[in-house]
Design a protein around this ligand. Structure first.
Ligand code: SLL
Length: 172
């Protein structure tokens, strides 16, 4: 196993969430009536659009990512959600915003340590009122305004990669 010294290679990703207000019908159908939103948190290739769910296409990060663990708030059952194949995402319903820890594990051949991102789950289209204080609009207003998107661009950087991992990365 040989490291290629002096080489840096990066892969652009986006991570974040989209959230939708549940309709009254959808809320009735849920066991927890206090849930107001449906949301999806994901790690995707920066080469594709945030809401696509392409598997095996341009959005398939599985050639270098083995597992993504999304650590949700402790109010959720089994808060550590492991996703071992694309799309690397978790969809849930809930009522509140919180910080999600996103831990990315790379394929074994990489010899790379896991990388962690932190994402603040955004449900509400916060609006600044006249006084400048941010406010949460009513659910009705939020439903009319459409889904809330909160996505971050980042680059996963590999320094001095192993030759076999470099081969894997450059073959895609
Ligand atoms: C808050 N600090 O108080 C945050 C915590 C937790 C949100 C938000 C799901 C709950 C469930 C859920 O929405 N938790 O499924 O019981 O706003």
């Amino acid at each position: 196993r040989v490291r290629v010294r002096g080489v840096t290679i990066h892969r652009p990703v986006i991570y974040g969430n989209t959230a939708w207000v549940l309709t009254p019908k959808e809320r009735e159908a849920l066991p927890s009536s206090d849930h107001t939103h449906r949301w999806t948190v994901a790690v995707r290739s920066a080469a594709s659009s945030p809401d696509s769910d392409i598997v095996g296409g341009a959005d398939d990060l599985s050639y270098f990512i083995k597992r993504v663990t999304f650590k949700l708030h402790d109010t959720y059952p089994n808060p550590n959600r492991n996703v071992d194949k694309p799309p690397f995402e978790v969809s849930e319903t809930g009522w509140g915003e919180f910080e999600i820890t996103i831990r990315i594990n790379f394929v074994t051949e990489s010899g790379e340590k896991a990388v962690t991102f932190y994402h603040h789950l955004k449900l509400h289209p916060w609006t600044a009122s006249g006084s400048g204080e941010p406010e949460i609009p009513s659910l009705e207003a939020a439903a009319k305004a459409g889904p809330v998107h909160s996505w971050q661009y980042d680059e996963i950087v590999f320094n001095d990669p192993y030759q076999i991992f470099l081969n894997i990365l450059t073959a895609h």
